[in-house]
Ligand binder design. Sequence first.
Ligand code: PLP
Length: 450
Amino acid sequence: MDLVNSKDLAGSCRDHFPSLARQRNGRPAVYLDNACTTLVPQPVIAAINEYYTDYPSCGGRRSHHWFAQEVTDRIEGNTEKGIKGSRRLIAEFINADSEREILFTVNTTHAINTVALGFKFKPGDVVLLTDREHNSNLLPWLRLQKQGRIRVDTVPAKGMDAFDLTAFEGKLKQGRVRLASLAYSSNVTGATLPAREIITLAHRYGARVLLDGAQTVPHQAVDVRTLDVDFLAFSLHKMCGPRGVGVLYGKKELLGRGSAEWEGGEDVIEPAILGGGTVSDTTYGSYSLLEAPERFEAGIPNYAGQIASGVAVQYLRQIGMDRIAAHEERLNAFLSRALLNRYGDAGWFRILGPPEAVRRGGILTFEVRRPNAVGIAKELNARGNIMIRDGVFCVHSYFNGQFGPDWTHPRSHRDHRMIYRVSFYLYNTIEECERLLETLDEIFRERSYL
Ligand SMILES: Cc1ncc(COP(=O)(O)O)c(C=O)c1O
């Protein structure tokens, strides 16, 4: 199939995803839970299989045999053989200066914790967050606050969705902000921050910026050099890649140098976990660290996952991130319009986040405030194999702040308020949106909401 030239993106790539061929009760799978984790295309599955079938050994940082060399070629590259390794492919995907700025982690959560545990905070330092952080970009900071090592502060959004640059600058002016750690795109609303302006402002006041790119990097082109971002975290499982592989990008000068943790300046992060693979030498009284990325990658990693990650980003690049973004926007605009036309006027249905679908990327989260509004995701799954997400999406703090801490336990079933999230990726279609609409109509009618 011609991935590059085909006008209909989903039409040209659906065949690459074996799970989309599955049927239940004679109906196909409609997968709309992509903000959680995406489906996996055949080349990525093949790369994972190839590792376990052909060279299931450790990499060449440790052993120096034939199989180990094949592993290392695929992760670190081999110019003699003309192989670009995954680390280089990922660096190119986000336009990093060097592949040595790409640290493999387990996921975004691990990447954020790597910064939280490695940054040398001084008493009184402030870490700034948005008011809608995923637990993975909240708990690491709350724990440091509990330990008295930092103070956590937030920048409340302007209205529902716009980042308040003036409020942000106001906090920076107070002079204690060491780091702003921000969800680049919200996993609730899909809204993306004006990262370039945020980073310029933060740097003006001497603060560093960590972007939680879990919902951004899979859906639009991200260029770390244009952004001048200090750290960027993301997960491959949200971008057609394997589970259990994430990335922390860090500017080279922030990843340390020399053989000790503390060399390189006060904003250098030190490795939170040490062990095999991180050192050049040890005695029972001392150790000398390797440079990044090795010093941050302790123990035997998920080799198959790291190899397949390179294949995943190559796959996405071949399709084109701009095409993926445009495709998601088209689906989001279609479904948003249809939902609002059908249910928007009655007062019990609303879409969270910016009114314009184009500002919500591939995420469409809606609220249903009707008696017994629970279980709609389950019914969509049971009736139409339609997979969406319900709940609070690991953003308890935001919903508690918006609706009050008891909102999940209303006094009466009449006050039920449920949140549902539809999230798109390159293989979703307008027909799938239509299936969702028809099935939702059925459910709402049976529940006498209409
Ligand atoms: C905005 C955001 N941050 C962090 C995470 C955590 O990602 P992971 O589970 O891959 O660590 C997610 C996952 O949904 C997310 O949406």
